[in-house]
Design a protein around this ligand. Structure first.
Ligand SMILES: Nc1ncnc2c1ncn2[C@@H]1O[C@H](COP(=O)(O)OP(=O)(O)OP(=O)(O)O)[C@@H](O)[C@H]1O
Ligand SMILES: [Mg+2]
Length: 218
């Protein structure tokens, strides 16, 4: 498994911490150069790593859809009617039993001398791989950026190119088309609202509203 080895828990200033093996190297976020070649290479690498993860055999009971349902239910940012529509849409989506990292983005992949290592596993869910890919695409498209973000991220066109190349590679590997993204985007945005604050929360709420209005009309 491309993950740092776990070596126990530590009590640090009254808080519980997890100790992992230290991985050398920059994350993919900082490793990418603002050139077509580098963007394309890394977008494809990211898709391949995620595809590899989704195809690891596991016997963990699927929990992705139930966790999303619980989070939507607990949120104070949506009306009861909106929650009902989101839950109905989610129920119509396939279950699946893939390992989903659910925070899979270029700052959670360390490009080490021994190959790429994936970090930050605390969101792990088991369910449909389409949910994980939709979440990644949503995060790449978000207006919220890390501090001092590199130029390939601040340049919206380069970022969009990266996202398109990543999705193209993933759907090719999985022999599927990209229609699932729009279907999964509604519950994916709904879960994201409470993870964000201020203007970024508003951005997610606005994107959700646009999709909800389409469903209410049809
Ligand atoms: N095993 C590791 N070896 C080396 N560096 C690591 C390791 N785990 C995490 N890091 C570094 O710490 C940063 C944050 O770790 P992580 O992604 O697990 O937490 P996070 O909750 O996403 O925090 P943040 O919001 O700061 O990204 C990573 O971007 C990486 O630079
Ligand atoms: Mg992280």
């Amino acid at each position: 498994m491309r993950a740092p080895k776990y070596s126990g828990l530590v009590d640090y200033e009254g808080k519980l911490g997890i100790i992992y093996e230290k991985i050398d190297g920059p994350t993919m976020l900082w490793h990418i150069e603002p050139t077509k070649q580098s963007l394309s290479y890394n977008a494809k690498l990211m898709a391949n790593l995620q595809y590899e993860l989704h195809n690891i055999e596991n016997k963990i009971h699927p929990n992705l859809k139930s966790e999303i349902t619980d989070k939507v239910h607990a949120s104070q940012e949506m009306s009861i009617q909106e929650k009902e529509i989101i839950k109905a849409e989610l129920n119509s989506l396939p279950d699946g039993n893939s390992i989903c990292h659910y925070d899979f983005h270029p700052d959670n992949i360390i490009i080490s001398p021994n190959g790429p290592i994936i970090i930050d596993w605390l969101n792990l869910l088991v369910g449909n791989q389409e949910a994980d890919v939709t979440r990644t695409a949503m995060m790449i498209q978000s207006h919220s950026l890390p501090p001092n973000a590199p130029s390939w991220l601040t340049d919206r066109e380069l970022r969009e190119d990266f996202n398109k190349e990543y999705l193209r590679e993933y759907v090719k590997l999985n022999n599927m088309n990209d229609e699932f993204i729009e279907r999964w985007m509604l519950p994916t945005l709904a879960v994201r609202i409470d993870e964000m604050q201020g203007e970024y929360r508003q951005e997610i709420k606005d994107k959700l509203k646009i999709r909800l209005s389409k469903i209410e009309i049809s």
